[in-house]
Design a protein around this ligand. Sequence first.
Ligand SMILES: [Fe+2]
Length: 442
Amino acid sequence: MSQTILIETNEDLKKIFALNLQTFVGTDVIHRKNAEDALELLRILPQVALIIAKCKVGNEETALKIHQYIKNEGLNTQLLVIGECPGLADETLCLQEPVSWEILIKQAASHLGVTLQDATTKVKPDYFPVGIYYFYDIQRTPCDVYIRIKKGHNDYQYVKRIHSKDIFDKQDIQKYEDQGLQEFFIPKDYIQYFTTFVTNNLVAKLEREDLTLEDRILTTANAHEIVRDKIQQMGLDQAAIDLSDASINSMVKSVKHSPEVSNLLKFVFSNKVSYAYQHCHLLALMCHYVLSKQSWYKQEHLEILSFVSFFSDVTIKSHQQMQISALKELAESSLTDEEKHQVMNHAADAVAILDHHPEASEYIKTVLLQSHGKTDGIGFEENPTEELHPLSKVFIIADCFVKTLLNPAMPSSKREILPLLYARFTNPSYQKIIKALEQKFQ
Ligand SMILES: [Fe+2]
């Protein structure tokens, strides 16, 4: 899928444009604040196909700056300008404001080489799919909910399944899942309302002090899925920020009182927790194990590493992609070139997303960028150097341990995994971290 950077300052337009670009043009939308912000990303992702930018953001000559950069670097990236921009009118298409989303997608489609017909003849969806996990922690919905039945080729019928006044519980939802249902459908006018409702409910639940440990882990796992889904569909919005904050706090709480690894594994497997959250939670737990053995340990460190672990693979889509922890594995995998590219860049991409998260400190971004041993967030280092931040080193060891543990093709006992880590990470401070992990298991 192509990637498009969108620089739009109006929050409502931002959402409408992104949703429709994604739906009708089939391009992945990445939000950026201004030219500086966009160029920073373009330096790591020069293959971005299209940039849609406001002519000006504040006093910044946004479109002009981007145009200059593309020209100087000889990039193939296309530029589409929102608003009149006299300095560029001869070279680039500048859409007069106010710009409707219909016009915007038509132009975006034509810039991306998706023929106009492709974009306009696609049926505008009246319903949006939402994963079944959106329903695990709510007992009612603010709108009617539908399932989709296939009638013929490209012909679907939507049947109302949950009325807005119905009360249900997780068992009711489970029954649909047992029948193979993976998503419900929400009428398009209610989608924003629905996801906000679910998010608010989840935040309230995660903030409760009386949750059992099991309920806390399962609720955080669902929240993690929803944050990932929202970020991959729409970018990081306020609801995703609020939900991620509540989830990370909840995860820190549960990690501190976690059952030991084998019982925790049994619990997450028998409750069908997603691979993404199994990895995220176990990773935070292993970081906690190592940190608790360090003389310099402070609560803040666990919070930082939990934050990084929550967002570390947020842009990666498939389980297979998430399992990779070395260049060799990536090269030997059956992933497509595009999927490999996503894996290669995922740390840098996650950092770019966190630019819009107010809680993401420079400290967090550094550790995330170095989370696979590289300082630019691209690729994997087989044997990372001593130059990295001490917290990055803890994260790298914990991540490799967890990925091995969760990979059915790899050893699953601590006794077999630790020697693999000692052999791969040979620098002294990494050996000490592995030792700390080993002591924790004794
Ligand atoms: Fe990662």
